[in-house]
Design a protein. Structure first.
Length: 192
């Protein structure tokens, strides 16, 4: 009986923790919120204008009003920091999914950096995938060589597959180096 009650209390506590994990702000944060600063930090983090609604909803549930005008003033300041060419490049390198939050008059600078960084990010991912495929192909070749009796045709196919993958990896590495060189030539901080 006692174990069942303790288990139920633990379940309730876990649900509470999960629900709070989804909240953008705690009731304590809502009570002392500097909405202008929060808006600025949201924009600097890459949150769009629609993020305010989530914050306002969380605070309303806790019984605190949200100041949209102050949040928007802060967001307008933060977004000019976020939507720079260099930050776009960093976000692209990180694989950030851009959700068109930059205002039109500064979006092109951000996209100039973002597109360059994201192209590099994609080649890193391609190289990682090809590396994994090479590892699996090596394992397959090793398994085929260990089989008795050996299947020479299957071994030859596995060797050919491995050679194709190695060629693809070299091509991807060359393209990545080219993209990094172009980015560096355009003034982006890239390690070659």
């Amino acid at each position: 009986m006692r174990t069942a009650r303790a288990s139920r209390m633990l379940q309730v506590a876990m649900v509470g923790l999960l629900l709070t994990g989804c909240a953008t702000m705690s009731p304590e944060e809502c009570a002392v919120a500097d909405w202008e600063r929060i808006g600025e930090m949201d924009a600097r983090s890459g949150e769009g204008m629609n993020y305010f609604a989530r914050r306002a909803s969380d605070c309303a549930e806790a019984g605190y009003p949200a100041d949209q005008a102050a949040w928007t003033r802060g967001w307008d300041v933060g977004i000019t920091w976020f939507c720079t060419r260099n930050n776009g490049f960093r976000k692209g390198l990180d694989g950030y999914r851009y959700d068109q939050i930059c205002p039109g008059h500064i979006e092109q600078d951000f996209l100039d950096g973002y597109d360059t960084g994201y192209a590099i990010h994609q080649y890193h991912e391609r190289i990682d995938r090809t590396g994994s495929e090479i590892e699996r192909a090596r394992e397959r070749l090793d398994d085929l060589r260990a089989e008795r009796p050996r299947d020479p045709e299957a071994i030859a196919d596995a060797r050919d597959r491995l050679a194709v993958l190695r060629d693809r990896l070299r091509t991807e590495e060359l393209e990545l180096a080219r993209l990094k060189g172009l980015a560096q030539g355009r003034g982006f901080p890239v390690r070659l």
